[in-house]
Ligand binder design. Structure first.
Ligand code: NAD
Length: 332
């Protein structure tokens, strides 16, 4: 099938070309993000392949459909950036990669926790400048601390397992408790209790209308003074402005994020020669107890190989009607 591949980066080509050698789709790579303005590039392509910051709002989906696209093959798990009702209305199917490497995201989550706690980002810069002072680098032992895990699906469950290995106690919150986490000793409690008791809170639930700004000013006020908050799920789970205020008062002792609510147009681009216009984001970058990575939690060789394999299998299954097709939304 002809695939118009948006937001293509060199590493995407590397892994998709390797996986496609066995499948033989006709892939054309576009560096552009998919938006309603760039959707016309896909005219004549039966399928498009998109990533997390492509804009698949109604206007873009309508243009894709007008150009003959019948399948949006997402090369990610989340689909909060797709207008599914528009896709249904215009007869475009949407498929995704439901799981690729939950280990990749869970391990990055723990990397943020450890780095923030022991101030590795600050120590790295200090030592390079010949400053070996330890002032300001004091951390704590993770062993014995209470870790609050919100969302215990594939990724959250691995975080529970890893933190259990560190000797932590885990409080969990999910709309559907996971027996595997209960077996590890995680105690399911209401969100408010988890927030009030945890030393570290880490978010692993999807972004939905119910979870948008799950961590807002009121919930931050419930949290322990000096708590560490980690978000590797979706940016809009956290009200960033409220988090900045909480960092200023010390309510939040540390913030580690791999995702940001206004990340599209920022992340995955080299903006090092430009002035970043987002003042909320640049404020975050000035704080010593904030560690930001640019949506790289998924970025391991194992995850990219799996993403390419499952995405191309989705396209093949859609084309042939056989095999496994991970549909989010069928065409109507
Ligand atoms: P999953 O579907 O396996 O687990 C999500 C869990 O959240 C489920 O157990 C679900 O019941 C729970 N949940 C849903 N609504 C909830 C609510 N209101 N309160 C509490 N829990 C709720 O998903 P996953 O594979 O573990 O992924 C989790 C999130 O990680 C994804 O939604 C995605 O946004 C994000 N993610 C980020 C990256 C990255 O690179 N940073 C990569 C992959 C996934």
């Amino acid at each position: 099938m002809k695939i118009g591949f948006f937001s293509a980066r060199p590493y995407d080509r590397q892994f998709f070309d390797a996986a496609n050698a066995a499948v033989g789709h006709d892939i054309e790579y576009f560096e552009d993000r998919l938006t309603h303005q760039t959707a016309s590039l896909a005219a004549g392509f039966e399928s498009v392949c998109c990533f997390v910051n492509d804009d698949l709002g109604a206007a873009a989906v309508e243009r894709l459909a007008a150009g003959g696209t019948r399948l949006i093959a997402l090369r990610c798990a989340g689909f909060n950036h797709v207008d599914l009702s528009a896709a249904r209305r215009f007869g475009v199917a949407v498929a995704r990669v439901p799981a690729y490497s939950p280990n990749a995201v869970a391990e990055h989550t723990v990397a943020l926790m450890l780095a923030l706690n022991r101030k590795i980002h600050r120590a790295y810069n200090r030592v390079r400048e010949g400053n070996f002072s330890l002032d300001g680098l004091l951390g704590f032992d993770f062993a014995g601390k209470l870790i609050g895990v919100v969302g215990t699906g594939q990724i959250g469950a691995i975080v529970v397992r890893i933190m259990h290995g560190f000797g932590c106690c885990v409080l969990a919150h999910d709309v559907q408790p996971n027996p595997e986490c209960e077996r590890l000793g995680a105690l399911y409690v209401p969100l408010e209790e988890l927030l009030a008791r945890s030393d570290v809170v880490t978010l692993h639930c999807p972004l939905t209308p119910q979870t948008r700004h799950l961590i807002n000013a009121e919930r931050l006020a419930l949290m322990k003074a000096g708590v560490m908050l980690i978000n590797t799920s979706r940016g809009a789970l956290v009200d960033t402005r409220a988090a900045i205020l909480a960092l200023k008062t010390g309510r939040l002792g540390a913030l580690g994020i791999d995702v940001y609510e206004e990340e599209s147009g920022l992340f995955f681009e080299d903006l090092s020669n430009r002035v970043i216009q987002d003042d909320v984001f640049t404020r975050l970058l000035t704080l010593p107890n904030v560690l930001v990575t640019g949506h790289q939690a998924f970025f391991t060789a194992e995850a990219l190989a799996k993403i390419a394999e499952v995405t191309l299998e989705n396209v093949r299954a859609f084309e042939t009607g056989s095999g496994t097709l991970h549909l989010v939304s069928p065409p109507t």
